[in-house]
Write a protein that binds this ligand. Structure first.
Ligand SMILES: [Zn+2]
Length: 635
């Protein structure tokens, strides 16, 4: 085939687009969700016995009327705040009515919508399909291994368009691998061997109640004797990793009591932490109203002196039951999973949750006070050096999940990422310390949390909020121009991060030649060596540059990610050797000579850097009160 001339090509394009447009005009519309009940209950049968090939097989029986029907696969995923529904992993879709095959047609514009004509006389249709759970990490999250699996219902469900999720009833059934145990906020109705049928519930509750199952399982009671139970359900690659020592269990039990003291309410009938400890099952932290999905490395309990970097996870996800699930930004509260979400208040949803996650970790003893201080030091330094602030304010980073879900760009601190989490935490420290200062220590952000989150105690119904509700509640705790205070921090371009909260709490950011223990553990867990605050780059265990700080000495020496460091001053690269070279060059005149390889090219870089190793720490400001220490004390 030869290429047509430019003129013919343009003409062809015009003819083709006209044809496509008329086809789209003829195509069935995707009905918008209405607040009306869907007649009947959808039966959803999920068979996950094939963990070896990670193929989840579904069968659905959908009550239906003759005529046009559109089935949707969830696209906008709560907690992801983004259109991350893994539609490409849905396969094998076959629809039938009365045993006869029905042709379906995918919507021409919306890849998540399937149109079908329900034949006359039919009262239901049946759908069978698979979710091809990723086999390789490059395809997505590993959600099934030989030892454990997780079901996120949004990945295995098709639902009728035209109705709000809360108006469609489902009855889910799961068939597990033989001998496996499961945990979920779902309530079982019946169990026959490895087949469990759950009580019928609305789609919004189903999608919010994931299930975790596995061969090795242990359940801990985090609130013994309570009317509203809280359980920690642990799944691991082996029995040994399931074991929590008495002091570890006590810290997790204390988390529940500290949360109750802080929030003054509970908005669930029972709560289940689902915790996977595995090398293969992909790490996750995803909040739900009555449960949370958590997965970290296997050493969570077994190497308690190393697992600090993952220990803020449970306090964070638990906090979301109040902040995020019960109280939710109005622009995130969509009627179903195919209506776009907006993320303007993620600096409350995630930022304040990040703050309470670390504060509760310290109050409960899940982390030590010093470890949480070290976290604040690390974040203060990270965001204070965020060059991207000059073009992109913090408010705009709340669009990040939709732009590029949790992916880090080549120029992370220029592009900015999901900064509303941890810079958000710095802002909430700013607010907390300001309330304490203005009220002479009588009130604090604890009062805000209680007022904002304890309303309608016991209610599961989502209570939406807007920016003005946040500012008004702050005002009722302590009179001040909070709207202006917050907007200034959200909309401004620096210079530097909002560190006034630290200063007001009696602490300042400094740098030392040794990292804090917490940073050391974070780098070990991430298998990186971080020279961000000295040369301006981070290396992974294979000596690849995985981050180059914009405007740093490394940036100005033309370095970029993807390069491999081969040698330092003529000697093969080792992290300790590079540290020694940086220290030796401190205060001197001789540059540090680095040999890099990029694809087939070798590159020698002489770095005139003489300020020595630098790692962030917090230092007490003499003569001030230690407010941060106060904040981190148990209630
Ligand atoms: Zn979160």
């Amino acid at each position: 085939m030869t290429l047509p001339s430019m003129f013919t090509r343009n003409k062809l394009t015009l003819i083709l687009s006209a044809a496509l447009l008329s086809q789209a005009a003829l195509a069935q519309e995707v009905p918008a969700p209405q607040d009306q009940p869907y007649q009947g209950t959808v039966q959803l049968d999920v068979d996950i016995t094939n963990v070896e090939q990670k193929i989840f097989s579904m069968h659905e029986v959908i009550p239906a009327q003759p005529g046009k029907l559109t089935l949707l696969y969830p696209k906008w995923i709560p907690g992801n705040h983004s259109p991350t529904g893994p539609i490409a992993l849905l396969a094998g879709l076959k629809l039938t009515a009365g045993g006869h095959a029905l042709e379906w047609q995918r919507d021409g514009l919306d890849m998540y919508a399937f149109h079908v004509d329900v034949p006359a006389g039919a009262t239901q249709i049946e759908a069978s399909y698979q979710f091809l759970s990723p086999i390789d990490k490059a395809q997505g999250r590993i959600t099934a291994t030989a030892e454990m699996l997780g079901i996120q219902w949004n990945t295995v469900v098709l639902y009728p368009a035209g109705y709000s999720a809360r108006n469609i009833q489902f009855q889910p059934t799961v068939t597990l691998p033989r001998g496996w145990k499961f945990a979920s906020a779902l309530e079982p109705q019946q169990q026959n061997g490895n087949r469990i049928t759950f009580k019928p519930l609305a789609l919004d509750e189903l999608a919010d109640s994931p299930l975790m199952a596995g061969r090795h399982y242990k359940r801990y009671d985090l609130d013994p004797g309570a009317k509203v139970p809280v359980y920690l359900n642990v799944f691991a690659d082996n029995d040994k990793d399931l074991e929590a020592k008495p002091e570890q269990l006590a810290a997790h039990q204390s988390l529940v009591q500290q949360a109750y003291k802080l929030y003054g309410s509970k908005h669930y009938g029972h709560y289940d932490f689902l915790l996977g400890l595995s090398d293969e099952f992909t790490d996750i932290g995803l909040e739900h109203h009555q449960s949370s999905e958590n997965a970290v490395k296997p050493n969570y309990f077994s190497e308690w002196d190393k697992s600090q970097p993952s220990r803020d996870l449970l306090p964070h996800e638990y906090t979301h039951s109040w902040n995020g699930k019960f109280r939710r930004p109005a622009d995130l509260l969509t009627p179903n999973y195919n209506v776009p979400m907006q993320n303007s208040l993620l600096w409350v949803y995630e930022g304040q949750t990040e703050y309470w996650g670390f504060v509760l970790a310290a109050r409960s003893g899940i982390l030590s006070r010093d470890e949480v201080m070290d976290y604040f030091a690390l974040m203060a330094a990270t965001f204070n050096s965020s060059a991207g602030r000059s073009w992109r304010n913090l408010q705009d980073t709340t669009n990040q999940p939709v732009l590029n879900y949790h992916q880090i760009g080549s120029w992370g601190n220029w592009q900015r990422g999901v900064d509303y989490y941890d810079e958000g935490a710095l802002i909430w420290l700013d607010v907390d310390s300001k309330i304490r200062e203005l009220s002479g220590g009588k009130r604090s952000l604890n009062d805000f949390a209680r007022q904002f989150l304890s309303v309608n105690n016991g209610s599961h119904e989502v209570l939406p909020y807007q920016f003005s509700d946040v500012a008004n509640t702050l005002n009722s705790v302590q009179k001040y121009d909070w709207a202006q205070f917050l907007r200034q921090r959200l909309d401004s371009h620096g210079p530097g991060a909002p560190l006034e909260g630290l200063t007001r709490s009696g602490w300042k950011l400094t740098f030392a030649e040794q990292p804090t223990d917490y940073e050391k553990l974070t780098d070990e867990a991430g298998e990186v060596n971080d020279f961000s605050w000295s040369l301006g780059f981070t290396l992974n265990k294979d000596a690849h540059l995985v981050n180059v700080v914009w405007d740093s000495p490394a940036f100005n020496a033309q370095l970029s990610t993807g390069m491999t460091l081969l040698a330092v001053n003529g000697i093969s690269y080792k992290a300790d050797g590079l540290k020694t070279a940086i220290t030796a060059a401190k205060g001197g005149k001789e540059p540090i000579e680095l040999l890099f390889k990029k694809n087939e090219r070798y590159l020698t870089v002489r770095m005139d850097y003489h300020d020595g190793l630098k790692y962030p720490h917090l230092e007490r400001i003499a003569g001030t009160k230690d407010l941060l220490g106060e904040i981190l004390k148990p209630l």
